[in-house]
Design a protein around this ligand. Structure first.
Ligand code: BTN
Length: 239
């Protein structure tokens, strides 16, 4: 992947920027757009994404995962999540985990959010827009996001944003070629094997996260030993 990196001062959302108003890109070019500030950064579902101007990494990548069938699109989530963990872990020297499906956590706090929007062509993936909001130098979070944390809060010093982005892109390219990335994703799952509280449409229950299926569904075993599987948004972690 030879990324063309575009820096912009402000946009509503870098995912939207890549999706709706792309400049005339040569077909198949992989692009990264980085914004100093988003006026309407999108989180998952109807959530917004808080990021102070110039303090964090808010960027989106447009990639063309050649030959990846639409029914294997969860592989993109695995690659991006593992790449972020392996980028951050040596910097902060603490374990970095993946809260299913793709929140990046240090302890019980979220350092990074990912918003992947795949565009399909028949049964193949035409391209994928991968939006990443990584909390880097922000000292205080004002929104009602429940448990944010930044690299600055963890380390007490600022990090150069461009160098961090370059480093992430190198790690990403490496992990994209790694045949064991599905195992690496599962090995990093937040709360794996630990009984904890969850909530689905029927209420709260205690269960143990045991696996994630290849289609991305979460696998929990409840206290009666019954297996329950969930798609994204069908179950909540009670943190
Ligand atoms: C989440 O809710 O955890 C996903 C957050 C994703 C935020 C990033 S910031 C860059 C890109 N542009 C957006 O509008 N959202 C993503």
């Amino acid at each position: 992947m030879d990324f063309k990196i575009i820096h912009i001062a402000e946009t509503d959302s870098t995912n939207r920027w890549l999706k709706d108003y792309p400049p005339p890109l040569p077909a198949g070019e992989d692009v990264v757009v980085v914004a100093e500030f988003q006026t309407a950064g999108k989180g998952c579902g109807s959530n917004s994404w808080e990021s102070e101007r110039g303090k964090n990494l808010t960027f989106s990548m447009l990639i063309h995962p050649e030959g990846l069938p639409a029914n294997e699109q969860f592989h993109i989530t695995e690659v991006v999540s593992v790449a972020l963990c392996e980028t951050l872990e040596p910097i902060i020297n603490k374990k970095v985990a993946i809260k299913w499906p793709n929140d990046i956590y240090v302890g019980d706090r979220k350092i990074c959010g990912i918003l992947i929007e795949n565009r399909l062509q028949g049964s193949a993936i035409k391209d994928s827009i991968i939006g990443i909001g990584l909390n880097v130098n922000q000292r205080v979070f004002l929104s009602d996001a429940p448990n944010p944390v930044s690299l600055y809060q963890l380390m007490g010093q600022e990090t150069d944003l461009d160098a961090l982005l370059q480093h992430f892109l190198e790690v990403f390219e490496r992990i994209a070629l790694r045949p064991t990335v599905n195992n690496d994703y599962r090995a990093r799952l937040y709360r794996k094997g630990i009984p904890a509280l969850y909530e689905d449409g029927s209420g709260r229950f205690k269960a143990t996260l045991t696996d994630v299926q290849n289609d991305g569904r979460l696998v929990l075993h409840d206290e009666t030993g019954e297996k329950r599987t969930y798609a994204f948004k069908e179950v909540q972690f009670i943190v």
